[in-house]
Ligand binder design. Sequence first.
Ligand code: SF4
Length: 340
Amino acid sequence: MDISRFLQSWYLDNRRLLPWRETSDAYCIWLSEIILQQTRVAQGYDYYMRFVATYPTVQQLAAAPLDDVLKLWQGLGYYSRARLLHRAAQMVASGSGTFPSRYEELMKLPGVGPYTAAAIASFASGQAVAVVDGNVYRVLARLFDIDLPIDSTAGRKHFQQLADELLDPDHAGLHNQAMMELGALVCTPTSPRCTECPVADACAALAHHTIGLRPRKVGRVKVRQRRLHYYIFKYGDDIWVHQRAANDIWLDLWEYYLHEEGDDTPIPPEALGVEPAFTYGHRLTHQQLLCSFYIVPLTQPITTLPSDYVRMSWRKWQEKAVAKPIFEANRRFSALFSTK
Ligand code: SF4
């Protein structure tokens, strides 16, 4: 069976129509690929449209303040992607000015790894490089009933070789899209739709009844539990906030005064004895956060906070890029403040 030919023909009849698939502009494809890392298409779609509309060229993205880019990114999570996106745009703009579409050039950009480089190169210029993302791992592991763990060095090497061998070099973009789309729509993690699969006749895991065991993984991610307490010092319609700078999650995003359990940041005397008004749980890849928010009304401006905390009106605060728990707290407490 010519697996690639069957996949491509299935893809042409069944693919989802998405704006980044209707272009060969490497810049737009790159935007979509960075946005869609760790993000579902349904969620990423609006962000892609907003980025393309706000920054139609790499020069415009490069010239934008990082704060604006982070603000547009707000809600997507994994904010390091936005920072690297901005840095890569600046590299391109200060170099040739043309967004690269060859694998070797793309790999020099921050935030672009082998998968993203292969995707952009094959979609934008038809370069014969095979993509291997989570969907492709799953399809290959099942199609060839491979027991090697996908998160081992030997496994990654083997899967890349297999993907390279399977690639149709004359239609690399189409082939790669088809592999990924099969994984997204048919060969799904749970309950794959094998009766609709164009390559079911060649599927070894289907024949061996091992679909549920493929792909195999060895490692388990250790999750760190963190307890964060955020104090909202309220003086009229003003609050005190700062921009995160430490080498930690949410770099460059803004937040209220933070006391984290286990570190030595003190709870200011004004906040002692105040009960939490709202608690919010949030999961990151390697961390489980439980964030409590406290409202601390003040009769005079607070002067005891570290110097990086700045006084800000609630209206101005709404323009700042914040992480999801802070965004939820803002929504929750907006009735307490006037935005005039
Ligand atoms: S037959 Fe089923 S398990 Fe095999 S590749 Fe197709 S969808 Fe995946």
